[in-house]
Design a protein around this ligand. Structure first.
Ligand code: ADE
Length: 303
């Protein structure tokens, strides 16, 4: 349990989001390119993402890359030139899928009766005129690392295309000629980009005004600007006492300023104990510095 010193700190709460006044209506259309569209049904059919679709804040079109193959066996992978193990995703079905979809208005999907047999015309040799303002993101463990700042950056676009790689990799021409961005959700290797795409859709959607029931919450999540880059402190709900552990009395006091100050101190302490490296890059106020120094922290501490 942390010993909290009472010291006045300015809480960095953001003002209520203007969506309530109708000032800021942002919507995003996601085009997801995958060999496994069925993987998305569960996560996208529940909770915030489901509600955001119902509220028309987001729309998601799943495009099966295999639908864009015209050979008899609908092959999407091949053995690597030069030998080695594993299979590589072929470039042509990916280029065809992405170029076909992105030259159509947001929301377009290939009609079921046209799959394989009646694809829109496409020239394998001629790059399509793709909308320049739509990021085409390749999910790969080699991409730039996804974080809250990248989520915020992506949430400003009205349309995003995400390509989910599979097998041992994706043909390099997709990287070089189609993708405009490459993102990794962490320094580990997944079986494919689908889970990474779900993570990105979730994190980006939460940032849209109106996506959460309670507008302040997304901005006061850990890593969000509403907390000034700090981690969130502890939360409590009923029962007041559980297994001998009491809810801190300040939270029951009804004193809003004291609650805000306590939460801010807790956010500093939580960050100090869990991610002290964050503290070195934050613009801390004098009071915050003093508070942290009293907890034994020094600005020159190495994580
Ligand atoms: N595909 C495989 N691993 C991945 C990762 N860590 N991030 C994004 N896409 C991936």
């Amino acid at each position: 349990m942390n010993e909290i010193e009472s010291i006045e700190l300015e809480p960095t709460l953001q003002p209520a989001n203007p969506v309530e006044q109708g000032a800021d209506v942002r919507r995003i259309h996601f085009d997801l390119f995958t060999l496994f569209p069925a993987m998305f049904a569960g996560p996208f059919g529940e909770s915030i993402i489901h509600r955001a679709q119902e509220k028309r804040l987001i729309s998601i079109a799943l495009h099966n890359i295999r639908d864009y193959t015209t050979d008899r066996h609908h092959v999407c992978d091949g053995t690597p030139y030069g030998g080695g193990g594993g299979m590589i995703m072929k470039p042509d079905p990916i280029f065809r899928a992405v170029e076909t979809v992105l030259t159509q208005p947001p929301g377009w999907t290939l009609p079921a009766e046209d799959i394989y047999v009646n694809l829109p015309a496409w020239d394998p040799q001629a790059p399509a005129d793709l909308p320049p303002a739509t990021p085409i993101i390749l999910l790969t463990p080699q991409g730039r690392l996804f974080n809250q700042a990248v989520a915020a950056e992506l949430s400003a676009y009205p349309r995003l295309a995400l390509i989910c790689g599979r097998y041992e990799g994706v043909d390099e021409r997709v990287r070089n000629q189609l993708a405009t961005d490459e993102i990794s959700i962490g320094d580990y290797v997944l079986s494919g980009g689908e889970l990474a795409a779900m993570v990105i859709v979730d994190a980006v959607t939460r940032l849209l005004p109106g996506a959460l029931g309670f507008e302040l919450s997304a901005h006061q999540d850990s890593h969000s600007p509403g907390l000034g880059g700090l981690l969130e402190g502890p939360h409590y709900t009923r029962p007041q006492t559980f297994r001998g552990e009491e809810t801190p009395p300040v939270l029951l006091s009804g004193h809003h300023a004291q609650v805000a100050q306590w939460r801010h101190e807790q956010a500093l302490l939580r960050t100090l104990s869990q991610r002290p490296e964050f503290l070195r890059t934050l613009p801390l106020s004098k009071k915050e510095l003093l508070f942290l120094q009293r907890q034994g922290w020094s600005p020159s501490d190495q994580p």
